[in-house]
Structure formats: structure tokens, C-alpha cells
Design a protein around this ligand. Sequence first.
Ligand SMILES: [Zn+2]
Length: 290
Amino acid sequence: MSAVFAVDIGGTKFAGAVVRADRTIADRAEVPVGADPTATLAALVARFDLTGVTGVGVGSAGPVHLDLGAVSPVNIPAWRRFPITAVLADLTGGRPVALAGDAQCMALGEHWHADIPTLLGVVVSTGVGGGLVLDGAPYLGRTGNAGHIGHIAVGRDDEPCPCGAFGCVERLASGPGMVRWAAGLGWTGTDARALAADAARGVPVARQAFARGADALAAAIVNTATLFDLHTAVVGGGVAAAGPVLFDPLRAAVARRSGIGFLHDLTVLPTALGRDAGLYGAAALALARA
Ligand SMILES: [Zn+2]
């Protein structure tokens, strides 16, 4: 059976797996990103026996420069326009390499797993990312950054975003965004995990922070669903791992904001694959290309 090599490039760790066409993982490894991320990538690849592997798929933190086969991950300053497809081809004996964004791979992984032909994948973590699968194929866009739901504007113009715009979803719904808002109202916890724990215990300011973030996320999900006639949004990422604390207000806000008839069955699901979704998506990308 044919197999591919999948790589997931995150800000703090690189993960790899040999994935068979029947969606089973033959081998996997993870390496924390060192001072020289290019050496980290080489060390990851060296851990695998690539005999029988026909291609490589890589999902990376963005921005992505699809025309250059390059990436500029925000959390890896050493890589700016880093030619990851050429480097990975070199490291794997000239195998063909397919590239997409990490959240696009998450969406593609969930599509491959659950066979949902059209879906929006959303990653809620230190940032907010997303990816679209339309009629069974990943939609990467002109530059490779389609689906970037974190910078859809849903808020007011007194909420500036580091991207240069204002009112962005990421500003309102990311872990740090919710923590910042709660801290402004006197909450003294440390991070999004603590905020989620407080929300689960019913601490009002923490619940309000999640309600506000969930409403921003719901606005962006419903806007996207309206544009693309979507039935399903799959939500993952570290903040989404909080579970009902996010999903309860999110589903309520999606229902409240879904007015037009074809959105009546718009469904928000938690990720089925968790942290592996990106690896599966990178594998699906490579298999589609092979
Ligand atoms: Zn923005």
C-alpha cells in the first residue's frame, strides 16, 4: 500500500508521520524546535525510514507563500520566506512535496477522517486560524492563505489588531485576546487555561470573556457559512480543548446568528482528530498530489 510522509510545522514543535493510504499511521515522531529550526527539520526527517514513501505533505504555521513553496511562521523568526518545499524535497531524496497552511491541513484532515465534503476548519489557540475544504478539495487561495478566519473583522474600530486592521476575530477570540479582556476587568489569572477553568466554575468575568470570544467566532463562522453554503464547522486548538466552556456559548451564538434558511442546520463540531488533524491533512494533501 502506498504511504506518504506528513510533516506538521508548529511554533514550538515539528511533528512527522508516515501515513498509509488507508489512513493508518505507520510511524511518528515529534521534535521540539531548537535554535536552528532547519537543523530541527533535518533531525525530524532523519528519524524515519522512508522506504515505500511516494510523496511528502507539509502543513505549516503561516503566512504561506504558495508560489515560492515558502513559509514565514510568525513564531519562528529564523524562517522568513523559508523554502520549505525545496528543503524537504532535498531531505527526502527528491520526493515531491505538497504545501499548505497548518489550519488548512487541519480542515483537510477532518474532511479525510469524517468524509465531510465541504467544511470550515477553525483552530482557536494563541491565534485563530482556519481552512476551507470545498467539494472535497482544499481551497488554498491565490497566495496560499485562504480561510484565515482570524482576521475577518467582526468587532469595532477601537479594537486594533497587530495585522494592521481592527475588530479582527483573533483579537477577540484567541486565548490571549480573551485573557487580555478579562484582565482589563480585574481578572488576575495567568492564561487561557486558567480562564477556562474559572469559566467552568462559573466565575462571571471568565464566562463573559468566553461568551464574547465565542460570539466573535460565531459571527465569522456564520459569515463564512453564508458565503460558501457550509453545513459544518469543525473547531480545534488549545482553547477549544476547554470543551463546553467554549462550545456551549459558540453553538448558541451560531444558532442566534444563523438567520437565512439554508443555514438552519449549520453544525459546529469539536475536532475528531485533535492534535493529529494537521498531520492527517498533510498526508491527504500528499496523497492527492501523488
Ligand atoms: Zn487582524
